[in-house]
Ligand binder design. Sequence first.
Ligand code: WAQ
Ligand code: MG
Length: 268
Amino acid sequence: MRASKALSTQHSALSSKKEIHISGAEGLYDRSEVQGIFKKYIERALNHPKGKADKVIITIEDIKQKPGTIPALPLATVSCTRPSEGREISTALLQSLGISKSAINIALELIKKGGMRGAAIISVERGTRLEPDKERGVRVSRLGIKKLALKVLASRLSKYGINTDTVKEALILASKVASFKDVVAELCVSDDPDYTTGYVASGQYGYVRIPKIKREGGKSGGRAFFVKEGIDVEKIIRYLEKTPVIIGKVGLCKGIISLDEIINHPHQ
Ligand code: WAQ
Ligand code: MG
């Protein structure tokens, strides 16, 4: 699903079809679930805190390829009280994964600017932007979770009061991204003005939630995927956008822990 709003003509002197991205969603579902999901997506498109959509596109495709199965990343929340601390925490996590300060700054700037529909792909050392369409970014799609795994995940997240679609969808997305061998980490900040929790995800530390990473009411946000230098860009984009992948097993879910615990004792 993709919901957008046309920019009024006085703002779009450069392009007549400039539009603002309001909301997007995607998933892999059984045929019997399609109608229910369709309804849910429309509701989401038409009631979004980012604004009133004037165009909603929903695509339903029969995916013939059998999905590959991957595990979900383990999840934890780091304590964080304000955006400046959130920046420090995300920078510390990304740096300890070997990502250069300049690559991190490029991602932070991009997320501060916002407005992308997809994610940027950034190389870990030089900070080179690799996605062909830099305004749109790469949109991860064809991802889902098995019913039993979803049940287990819901019950683990409920323990911490975070059993929401937002958390579950983000964890599924981050797990697919992290499952590609050349991905080192992902940084995400929601573009939803009411949602201030972001995350850093990696195979090394799992899915680390960072509360208050942005200020309440901020409309910008975005995602950056940090990848090894010299990778095959077409291959990663094909995997993220087109290869069906489904979560078969859920990882450990923890409550609030310190950054030190995450960096020095991952997955314990
Ligand atoms: N593929 C690539 N990038 C995407 C996708 C996608 N499928 N969906 C969203 N993005 C990018 C896009 O640039 C958006 O502007 C940005 O991410 C934020 O998207 O555990 O809700 O849908 O509590 O606003 C994190 C949850 C929620 C943290 C993230 O992202 C938690 C969220 P949003
Ligand atoms: Mg959003």
